[in-house]
Write a protein that binds this ligand. Sequence first.
Ligand code: ADP
Ligand code: TRP
Length: 321
Amino acid sequence: MRTLTGIQPSGILHLGNYLGAMHPAIAAQGDNECFYFIADYHSMTSLTDAKLRRDYTLGVALDWLACGLDPAKSVFWRQSDVPEVCELSWMLGTLAPMGLLERAHSYKDKIAQGIAPNLGLFVYPVLMAADILLFDTQKVPVGRDQKQHLEMTRDLAIKFNQTYGETFVVPEPVIREESAVVPGLDGRKMSKSYGNTLELFGEEKAVRKKIMGIQMDSRTPAEPKPDADKNLAIQLLKVVAAPDFAAATEERLRAGGLGYGDLKKILFEQVWTHFAPARVRRAELASNLDHVDAILRDGALRARAVAEPVLHRARTACGLR
Ligand code: ADP
Ligand code: TRP
């Protein structure tokens, strides 16, 4: 199976990114042909600081590699190193109805936040479709917020195939039910744009402070909490801790006797230990940035070798050549 996913370098990666996209992508290595990239063109729709983009791009590269992306098993590159994707985006854009793009949640959300929309933001889903279709992708591991984008990608692939003849593979999303929407520290979806994230590789003190600062209700430690499964710390524990441990902690909270302060300390310990081996690998990688850059450049060459024949197929199908 060919598996592909991308993450924008628009901020520092968090637990939602890890559980929604990175973990399933990394787990797919070995049995699948894996293509993972840093969506730097996409980040231009929301970030206009060149230095920050460079820093975040490096951060995303280090995070993926530290968390287990293995360049011997996966192709890993920067989106902008394979600019063929822009040409395909143009071709797909000519088949994308305005109405379809106007209905995109991501676009509507940004407008609702008062952001003045630019053309790039509007055609964001078309570029994303090009990312996916350019590699004959079959499976796309993502969080639930990307479901609609995947539906648009499928629509565009089908429409192109109907208009110009069989050209593209129609991909499927892979959305894990248990971590489809990881909650943020304020209870909304965890997202770089809401400032409610738990960073994967934050400083110890800062991570502890964020976790200890999670708002809870005013019930005393002794009181039983029949709604323990709705507790944010329990929900996060379920995604980072061993299932038995998370279930036992939930039971302790439900029964009464476990206070919120202690619960948050438990959550911190679990988060911190979960990423301990990755933290060591990340520090090693950060001390050899030439090596990281070489991985990305080699990835771009390998990605391009796959993309070129697909683009050629698309050009031929629509009479460009
Ligand atoms: P953000 O919302 O923080 O900007 P991105 O849009 O860059 O995150 O998402 C990158 C990947 O991480 C996507 O596959 C997205 O679905 C996934 N993802 C982001 N936030 C979450 C979350 N809270 N729960 C599950 N998956 C998430
Ligand atoms: N839109 C995705 C996000 O914000 C990032 C992305 C860009 C992507 N291209 C992709 C994800 C292709 C999967 C496949 O999360």
